[in-house]
Write a protein that binds this ligand. Sequence first.
Ligand SMILES: Nc1ncnc2c1ncn2[C@@H]1O[C@H](COP(=O)(O)OP(=O)(O)OP(=O)(O)O)[C@@H](O)[C@H]1O
Ligand SMILES: [Mg+2]
Length: 337
Amino acid sequence: MTVPETAAGAGLQAAESLTELRAEAAGQRAGAAHHGGDALVTCERLVRIYSADGIEQQALQGLDLVVTHGELTAVVGASGSGKSTLLNILAGLDKPTAGLVWVAGHDLTAMGRSERLAYRRNTVGFVWQQTSQNLLPYLTGRQNVVLPMKFGRVRRKDRQSRAEELLAMLSVSHCSGRRPEQMSGGEQQRVSIATALANRPRLLLADEPTGELDTITSQQVFAAFREVNARLGVTVLVVTHDATVSGQVRRVVSIRDGRTSTETLRQQAHDGEDDMSAEAVEYAVLDRAGRLQLPRELTEPLGMRDRVRLQAAADHIGVWPDSPARQPGSGTIAEGG
Ligand SMILES: Nc1ncnc2c1ncn2[C@@H]1O[C@H](COP(=O)(O)OP(=O)(O)OP(=O)(O)O)[C@@H](O)[C@H]1O
Ligand SMILES: [Mg+2]
């Protein structure tokens, strides 16, 4: 089974692949908890189909993603590629149409109402793009951070001190007594991060948290994510349009057409010190079934469509177009390796 690459035929193959996915999901459910070892987040073949006015929109088309404990990962991709759909599923706000999704031992496809509520209160924290969605306008910074603790598991006598600690960690102690309208956009987002962390979530999700901020302020907000990731050990997944993101985090996952397509990992620089100088390396994602999505920038110039030839070498695999002029050994193609 392959996920259709072209719009034509997508509708036809979608139903077929959906049935297959459901059947596979049932078979794999038992084993999924073990997959990924120390994974905090495991998504396998995640599908989300929206139906509106009789038109089906495949927002996620078999997305695979594993995030291990303590990682700080950015998710990038074109508008409409499925980033928010993925985050809403991980946040427990939406359910996938098919596929598996596990977060911190919770099977998000099988959670009942009360488990879902507890999951949203205690296991995940969420920061939205619009600051107005994150903070209540008539409460001060500290009151906003304390609010979720009233529904969570932080003891009453610890709430004020925890709120102050979080605000200090995010360098916004001075916003403790201010209402959101008395804070800058960057300050509002840092208070929002504190609020999202109030109940000690395992996973912090953020959907374009810097979308309304300028470059310098965005960098400060990314620095705040790095800070809480390093100091609290909370796993962070941030969706962003910010082109400079690869300089801000170690792992960047690209989503294209509802699937993870490539990943960029920054290797630690040899002197081990300056993160910004570390070399970024782009990887294609290989899923559990061995499927690989080749970037169009690479396949189109070579006229690769429908099928390619593979040639194994000792330390790499060559990928060749299916044309008589270009075959393994003809020397017309530089092999990546
Ligand atoms: N509630 C919905 N009903 C119908 N279609 C939807 C719904 N939500 C999203 N979609 C569609 O699903 C696809 C993925 O949407 P999604 O919001 O996940 O994209 P995105 O990557 O977050 O985009 P952006 O960068 O613009 O925020 C889009 O084609 C979108 O039109
Ligand atoms: Mg979005």
